[in-house]
Design a protein around this ligand. Structure first.
Ligand code: ADP
Length: 377
C-alpha cells in the first residue's frame, strides 16, 4: 500500500529546525513526492545556514525511513546563495544550488576546478558526463553504447541516468525492476549487460520526474551519485539532462567530473547548441574529452550506401576549430534506433557489427584521456 503525504508529515512532526521551530512550520520543505513506498523531498535553505541544517536533513530522512511502509527516503538539502553573500563553508554532504565557479576558488587551485571542492565517489576512478545542447540528438543512446564500448575494453563501468526530466535508460535497457537497498541503506544499482545502472526512472514515473524542479533536481542527482552502492568502477558515465541552462551548469559543478563528452548532430543548430555545451564545461573547468557526431550520415540498411543527408562533418570541423578532440561519427541507422528502443543496445546485440566497433573506438579515445585517473585508482 502506498504511503500517504499525511503519514510523511506526521513522521516529520517531531523534527525541529535549527531555528527552534518545527521543521514543517519552517517553510523550507519542497513539495513532498510520494511514489508507492518511496518518498522524496528537499529542504531549501540559505547557503549560509547549510551546515546547521545538515543534521536536520539526516534526522528528517531517518524519520521518514522509520515510517512503516517506506522503503526509500531521499531528503536533499538545497542551498541558495543571496546575491553578494559570502560563499558557504562546505558541509559534509555537498549542498546544491552552488554558485558560479568563480565564487569557489580554491587557494591551491585558482582555476576553481570542481575536483577541488567535490569529494570523489569512493571506489569510482573517473566520472564522465555525456551532454548535449538540446534533446533528441541521441545523447542517451550514445551514453549507453559508449558505456558498453568501455566495458568491452575490459573496464568496469557504471551508468547513471541523470536525465531527470525524461529518464530514458529504463526504455533503452529494458530494465523494469526496482533497485533494492543494502544493509547500509544504500540503493544497489541494477546489473545489466555487465554495467551497474541507476536511473531516477527506476524510482519514479516519468510524470513525477517532470514536476521536479531546480535545486531539487540537482540534489536528487548528487544523492544518486553518493547514496548508491556503486562498488568499484573504472568509469561512471553520467547521462546528463539535455541543454546548457542553470540546472546543467550546477550539475556540472556539483559532480566530480573527470571530463565531458558532447553529443551533437551535424545540423547547424545543434552545433550552436554544442558550442554552448563546450562553453558551459569550460566555465566550470571540466575538460571536454571531445565531440561525438551522432546521426552523422545516413547508412542504407539494405545496401550499406552512405548518404550525407545532413551535410555530415560539421562536428569534426567545429571540433578542429575549437581545439577539442573529435571522438567519432555514428551513422543514422535503423538498427541503432531499433535496438535502442527495444532495450537491447547495438553494442550488446550486434557486438561484431560496424556500429559496435565505432562505439568501442570512441571508448578507446576516452580511455586514453582517463588513463591517469584509472591507473591511480
Ligand atoms: P536524447 O537522449 O538526446 O534525447 P535519445 O538517445 O533518446 O536522444 O535518441 C532519440 C531517438 O533517436 C531514439 O529513438 C533513438 O533510438 C534514436 N537514435 C539515436 N541515435 C541514433 C542513430 N545513430 N541512428 C538512428 N537512430 C538513433
Amino acid at each position: 500500500m502506498s504511503v500517504t503525504r499525511q503519514e510523511v508529515l506526521d513522521g516529520l512532526s517531531k523534527v525541529r529546525s535549527p531555528r527552534g521551530t518545527g521543521l514543517i512550520d519552517s517553510k523550507v520543505l519542497s513539495e513532498i513526492a510520494v511514489n508507492g513506498d518511496k518518498v522524496f523531498f528537499s529542504i531549501n535553505v540559505e547557503a549560509s545556514e547549510v551546515r546547521a541544517w545538515e543534521t536536520v536533513r539526516a534526522q528528517a530522512e531517518a524519520a521518514v525511513r522509520a515510517i512503516p511502509g517506506v522503503a526509500v527516503a531521499m531528503v536533499a538539502l538545497t542551498a541558495e546563495r543571496k546575491p553578494g553573500a559570502a560563499a558557504p563553508s562546505s558541509p559534509q554532504r555537498p549542498a546544491q544550488g552552488i554558485p558560479p565557479a568563480s565564487a569557489h576558488r580554491h587557494p591551491h587551485n585558482p582555476a576553481g576546478s570542481p575536483m577541488s571542492r567535490q569529494a570523489e565517489i569512493p571506489g569510482v576512478a573517473a566520472v564522465i558526463a555525456v551532454a548535449s545542447g538540446k534533446g533528441g540528438v541521441g545523447k542517451s543512446t550514445t551514453a549507453l553504447n559508449l558505456a558498453l564500448g568501455l566495458r568491452d575494453l575490459g573496464l568496469r563501468v557504471g551508468l547513471l541516468d541523470a536525465d531527470i526530466y525524461g529518464p530514458s535508460v529504463p526504455r533503452l535497457t529494458g530494465i523494469r525492476e526496482k533497485p533494492q537497498l543494502n544493509d547500509a541503506k544504500k540503493m544497489v544499482p541494477i546489473e545489466r549487460f555487465g554495467l551497474a545502472i541507476m536511473s531516477i526512472g527506476f524510482l519514479v514515473d516519468e510524470d513525477t520526474a517532470m514536476i521536479w524542479r531546480g535545486p531539487m533536481v540537482m540534489s536528487a542527482i548528487t544523492q544518486m551519485l553518493r547514496d548508491v552502492a556503486w562498488g568499484t568502477l573504472d568509469v561512471l558515465v553520467v547521462d546528463m539532462p539535455p541543454g546548457t541552462g542553470d540546472a546543467q551548469l550546477t550539475l556540472a559543478q556539483s559532480v566530480p567530473l573527470k571530463g565531458a563528452v558532447i553529443v551533437s548532430t551535424p545540423q547547424d543548430l545543434s552545433l550552436i547548441d554544442a558550442r554552448r555545451g563546450l562553453a558551459m564545461f569550460k566555465k566550470v573547468n571540466v575538460p571536454v574529452l571531445g565531440i561525438v557526431e551522432n546521426m552523422s550520415f545516413f547508412q542504407c540498411p539494405h545496401c550499406g550506401t552512405r548518404s550525407d543527408i545532413f551535410g555530415h562533418g560539421g562536428a569534426r570541423h567545429e571540433a578542429e576549430r575549437l581545439g577539442v578532440p573529435f571522438l567519432g561519427e555514428i551513422p543514422l541507422h535503423m538498427s541503432i534506433r531499433e535496438t535502442s528502443d527495444s532495450g537491447n543496445p547495438v553494442v550488446e546485440s550486434e557486438p561484431a557489427g560496424p556500429h559496435a566497433a565505432i562505439y568501442r573506438a570512441i571508448g578507446e579515445r576516452i580511455r586514453e584521456r582517463l588513463q591517469d585517473a584509472i591507473a591511480a585508482a
